[in-house]
Design a protein around this ligand. Structure first.
Ligand SMILES: [Zn+2]
Length: 461
């Protein structure tokens, strides 16, 4: 039995311990090292074929991945993963795994669970692998997941598991991650992304999404059970994903060198609490004081009411789901709201929402596929015909809403329409989709027009 050579590590990071603790660690490493030999010999065997087993689907070998997909388009998924790999490599300052990353994406939860059950019979998989959406298993050096109802949800899950995997390949095989909060925070940091079909950015705070992570984290910040930094860095706290994302993203943005040493220390078997104290002890309580305003500044300006919404480059992409439409509203109302329809599939209608009082009472200015414009009012479960107004259209795909308590003005294609008593939130609307919108907000104390999309690591120090 030959032991596969260890993968290149991020650094020769070493901490000196004194006395008994050092020798105890040395002894632990020696015994784990033996297991590592068995494990990596096995890994060398299973890594070669993309072991799809009985699972139907496609196997694809890319430069950095061994991919098995049951129903997703393999080429596209491979391109997405390669783009993700480049982003992770950038974040980890050029350090990369010395082997391909295996990923299996199942079409259904049932197929995924069958595979988990099969693996449980072969390995002693300790983690709960039922009832969760995806997992990266060290035992097989492979990530497993199944399709989510929304495309952006599947992408997020895929990035989360691949981030675990990439990061795990950088640490010595003999050392398992010792601080789940940090590990999950890093996976979530990479999971939040901006993808326009060609360019992928990871580690961003999406302008729009199904979950507003910063808002979620804020609700837990003053709950001592969930957020007690001492307990978190000691590993005593149950992982809260938005909080873990928040803390990691905040540290990456504001304290990148300290964060790197903390993370590498944890990867190299240093007591997480000790390396935290060394890196961040002197920065307390400044960190605690500035974390909350940082979260507040990253709360999404949007609220998703229905459908699927995600950033796509400098645009926002929306789609309705099944029979339902997609609707997202702005939390704060600007003085002027301009929406440009960037692209859509042939049958989609989309436009601006105004006078939003609730999901059953709002107004829409939309551009139909034939170029006509339509103003309509949602009342209850439908848009009454007698309240629909049509206007001719030319080439323009741009519309502006100027809201007001008494009068709201709509401008589109050289025309202007003024309506009375339609105050309420502004937003975006799409029937079917996907449709992409570029939005510009002016005035109202909340003006900006581009998507917050930072490439990972670029804001650091
Ligand atoms: Zn995870």
């Amino acid at each position: 039995m030959t032991c596969k050579s260890a993968p290149p590590l991020e650094s020769n990071f070493e901490y000196l311990f004194s006395g008994l603790a050092f020798w105890r660690r040395l002894a632990q490493r020696a015994s784990v090292g033996f297991l590592f030999c068995i494990c990596s010999t096995f890994l060398a065997v299973v890594e070669l074929p993309v072991a799809g087993g009985e699972s139907p689907g496609t196997d694809l070998r890319t430069e950095h991945f061994l991919l098995h997909v049951e129903s997703l388009p393999a080429e596209e998924t491979g391109q997405f993963l390669e783009a993700a790999y480049m982003e992770m490599k950038k974040f980890f300052r050029g350090v990369e795994p010395d082997r391909k990353l295996q990923v299996k994406i199942y079409a259904t939860r049932e197929h995924y669970q069958n595979e988990m059950d099969r693996l449980r019979r072969i390995f002693s998989v300790k983690r709960r692998t039922r009832d969760i959406l995806g997992v990266y298993l060290r035992e097989t050096a492979c990530s497993y997941l199944f399709l989510q109802p929304q495309l952006s949800g599947t992408r997020k899950l895929l990035l989360h598991e691949v981030a675990h995997q990439y990061h795990d390949y950088l640490r010595p095989w003999s050392r398992a991650p010792s601080l789940e909060f940090c590990e999950e925070g890093i996976a979530e940091f990479f999971a939040l992304h901006n993808w326009d079909g060609a360019v992928l950015k990871l580690g961003v705070i999406p302008e729009i999404g199904q979950i507003d992570y910063a808002k979620e984290a804020l609700t837990k910040l003053h709950d001592p059970v969930r957020f007690d930094l001492n307990n978190i860095v000691s590993g005593n706290t149950e992982v809260d994903y938005p909080l873990a994302w928040g803390l990691v993203s905040f540290l990456v943005e504001r304290y990148r060198p300290n964060f790197d040493i903390w993370r590498q220390g944890i990867n190299n078997d240093v007591e997480p609490r000790l390396v935290w104290r060394k890196q961040f002890g002197a920065l307390m309580p400044e960190i605690l004081k500035s974390f909350e305003p940082w979260l507040q500044s990253n709360v999404s300006p949007w609220q998703v009411v229905s459908g699927e919404w995600s950033p796509a480059g400098d645009a926002l992409e929306g789609r309705g789901q099944e029979e339902d439409f997609g609707l997202a509203i702005l939390n704060q109302t600007p003085a002027e709201f301009t929406v440009t329809l960037v692209s859509s599939n042939a049958n989609s209608c989309g436009g601006a929402v105004f006078g939003f009082q609730g999901a059953k009472n709002f107004h829409v200015l939309q551009r139909c596929p034939d170029g006509q414009w339509e103003v309509m009012h949602r009342q209850g479960t439908y848009f009454p015909k007698e309240e629909r107004r049509h206007f001719p259209g030319k080439e323009s795909r741009r519309m502006t809403v100027i809201p007001g308590e008494d009068f709201t003005t709509l401008k589109f294609d050289g025309q202007a329409v003024t309506l009375t008593n339609v105050s309420g939130h502004l937003g975006l609307w799409v029937k079917e989709g996907p449709m992409r919108f570029r939005c510009a907000r002016a005035g109202g104390g909340n003006a900006h027009s581009t998507t917050n999309s930072q490439p990972p690591g670029t804001k650091a120090n």
